[in-house]
Design a protein around this ligand. Structure first.
Ligand code: SAM
Ligand code: SF4
Length: 314
C-alpha cells in the first residue's frame, strides 16, 4: 500500500522481544533493563495476527528483530506461524548471532529465508568490550552454523564507530574476497546511550570508500548503496541514515514487542495495535502507514524517539 507521501510500504520489522543477552554500549544501558511481565509483550498468537493483517495490507517481507530475537521463548513457533502466511514472500531475521550454533538449523527448518548477523569488530577484546557480555568466537561459530544450515546471501551488519572500529574497515572488506557475504556498514545513529557520545564517533560511511578505493559500485538494493572488490564473491553495502537522506525510498514500518506500530524509527509517534482484531486491526495498520512521517531529523538533532534501539528493533 502507498503511504501519505506516495511511498510503497511492503516491509514490516516485527520485534519479538526487548530483551537481549548482550549489552552493546550504543544500544543498551549498562545496568540492563527491567524484565517486563509476559503480558506486556505480544504473544505468539498476537504476533501472528498482526503479521497476517500486515500482509493483507500489502506487506511482502517481514524481518524479525528485537532485542535479540533468538532469546525469545517460542521463536521457532513464531517463525513457523509467519512462514505459513499466504502472500508473505520473505521471512528474515536480524540477530547478534551468538545463539546460531544451536538455532541455525531449526530456524532454517522453521522457514526463515535469510539472516542478517550483526558484527561490529573482528577483534575479540573489542568485541567483549563493546557487547559487555559477548564472545566473538560464538558469533563466528554462529555464522558458520548458518552456512552449514543452508542459509545463503548472509549479510553482516557492522555499525561504523569512530575510535572503535574505523581501523578495521579493510579487514571487513577483505572478508568479501573469501566469502559470499554482504558486509554492510551502517552509520551510528544518535539515540539512546550513544546520543551523548562525542561527534567523532559518528562517521559517514563514505569513509569506507576513501579507505577502500578499489571498491566498484554495483546495483543498489533497498536503502543500501552497494560495491564489490573486483572478482570478489561477496559485496559491501553502505547504509547512511545521516549522511545521505534515504527516507524518500523507505518502504518499512515497525511493530515493537509491546505492540506499538511505528512509521519511523526516529519519531515519537506510535499507535497501539493490542486488543485489535480483524478489520479494526487492518484499519489501524493502514492508518499507521498513511501517517508514516516523511523523514527523520537526525541531521538536526538526536532521534526524537524516547526508546532505545533494543526497544524498537534496529
Ligand atoms: N540483537 C539483534 C542484533 O544485534 O542484530 C537485533 C536487534 S539490534 C537493535 C539491530 C541492529 O541495530 C544491530 O545491527 C545493531 O548494531 C543496530 N543498532 C543498535 N543501535 C544502533 C544505533 N544507535 N545506530 C545504528 N545501529 C544501531
Ligand atoms: Fe542486543 Fe542487538 Fe542491542 Fe547489541 S545491538 S544490545 S545485540 S539488541
Amino acid at each position: 500500500m502507498l503511504d501519505g507521501c506516495g511511498r510503497t510500504i511492503d516491509y514490516l520489522r516485527l520485534s519479538v522481544t526487548d530483551l537481549c543477552n548482550y549489552r552493546c554500549r550504543y544500544c543498551m544501558p549498562e545496568e540492563g533493563i527491567c524484565k517486563r511481565s509476559h503480558s506486556e509483550i505480544l504473544s505468539v498468537e498476537e504476533l501472528a495476527e498482526i503479521a497476517e493483517a500486515a500482509v493483507r495490507c500489502g506487506v511482502k517481507k517481514i524481518r524479525l528483530t528485537g532485542g535479540e530475537p533468538l532469546v525469545r521463548r517460542g521463536i521457532l513457533d513464531i517463525c513457523r506461524r509467519l512462514r505459513a502466511i499466504p502472500g508473505l514472500e520473505e521471512l528474515c531475521l536480524t540477530t547478534n548471532g551468538s545463539l546460531l550454533p544451536k538455532l541455525a538449523s531449526p530456524l532454517r527448518e522453521a522457514g526463515v529465508d535469510r539472516l542478517n548477523i550483526s558484527l561490529d569488530t573482528l577483534r575479540p577484546d573489542r568485541f567483549a568490550a563493546m557487547t559487555r557480555l559477548g564472545r566473538l568466537s560464538d558469533v563466528l561459530d554462529g555464522i558458520r552454523a548458518a552456512e552449514d544450515a543452508g542459509f545463503r546471501n548472509i549479510k553482516l551488519d557492522t555499525v561504523l564507530i569512530g575510535g572503535f572500529n574505523d581501523d578495521e574497515t579493510g579487514d571487513f572488506v577483505a572478508l568479501t574476497r573469501e566469502h559470499p557475504w554482504e558486509v554492510r556498514f551502517i552509520e551510528l545513529m544518535p539515540m539512546g546511550p550513544c546520543a551523548s557520545w562525542d561527534k567523532s564517533c559518528f562517521l559517514p560511511v563514505d569513509f569506507i570508500l576513501e579507505r577502500n578505493p578499489t571498491l566498484q559500485e554495483i546495483p543498489a538494493s533497498g536503502v543500501a548503496r552497494r560495491y564489490r572488490l573486483p572478482g570478489a564473491p561477496g559485496a559491501v553495502g553502505l547504509i547512511s541514515p545521516l549522511s545521505h537522506d534515504f527516507c524518500g525510498g523507505c518502504r518499512r514500518v515497525r511493530v515493537t514487542a509491546d505492540g506499538k506500530l511505528k512509521g519511523c524509527l526516529h519519531s515519537r509517534e506510535e499507535s497501539s495495535l493490542r486488543g485489535l482484531h480483524g478489520e479494526a486491526l487492518e484499519e489501524a495498520i493502514r492508518q499507521g502507514i498513511l501517517h508514516k512521517p516523511r523523514r527523520h531529523h537526525l541531521t538536526e538533532r538526536p532521534s526524537d524517539t524516547p526508546r532505545n534501539m533494543h526497544q524498537i528493533g534496529g
